[in-house]
Design a protein around this ligand. Sequence first.
Ligand SMILES: C[S@@+](CC[C@H](N)C(=O)[O-])C[C@H]1O[C@@H](n2cnc3c(N)ncnc32)[C@H](O)[C@@H]1O
Length: 225
Amino acid sequence: MIPWTLLGTANIPNNGGELKLTQRDKEFSIHLKGARGELMNSLKRCSERALADLGCAHIKGEANTKVVVGGLGMGFTLEAALNITGETSQVIVAELVPEVVEWNKGALGECAGRPLNDDRTKVHLGDVAELFTSKKPTYHAVLLDVDNGPEGFTNASNDNLYSLRSLCAIWETLHKGSVLAIWSAWDDPKFNGQLKKAGYKVRTEMVRAHKGKGSRHTIYLATKP
Ligand SMILES: C[S@@+](CC[C@H](N)C(=O)[O-])C[C@H]1O[C@@H](n2cnc3c(N)ncnc32)[C@H](O)[C@@H]1O
């Protein structure tokens, strides 16, 4: 058995704990130090890609679209968003932890085919919530996978991101017919209700972590009518 090698560590802002990047042959893992466990593994990428495939299906190949991806992680959602949107699209990826961006510029970046090198990618270093303050319809899709689901896991302040107030703020920044897509490790009917309360038309899709097998994840697809 090939042993894991530690490639780097990073502090999550707001006393969120410590992230560790490790590698074993071609497999990468991002862990939260302590009992909270693995946040991402490079062998389980299907549902991260599905987040973009489902959340951007309505703008497939279209010109001049603007998409937000939060956060970067291992870059699979960003890669899929770039693949599905048109050549003149812009994809803004927000990442809270600067080291995660640096890791993606290094060996980790190979996993998703180095999406940071695509001219259509723009990096926002900081909280993704900072992109939803304008009250002006700007985005055609917002794809959120900053945590394990609509409950702060890596960062307690992510609870705020999924609050009614924040869902309404995101709504203001979406064009009509645009989609807010949220990745979750579980299905939470209460969150479904919260999205409806904010005015979205909601459906959920169950996707597997790894090519038709592995854990079942939920993707909330909330459309601004
Ligand atoms: C589960 S990973 C994302 C995985 C990603 N979908 C992929 O395809 O690899 C969560 C990422 O979101 C970042 N993050 C956590 N809270 C955030 C926030 N409020 N704003 C921006 N990024 C955040 C974490 O540092 C981590 O890199």
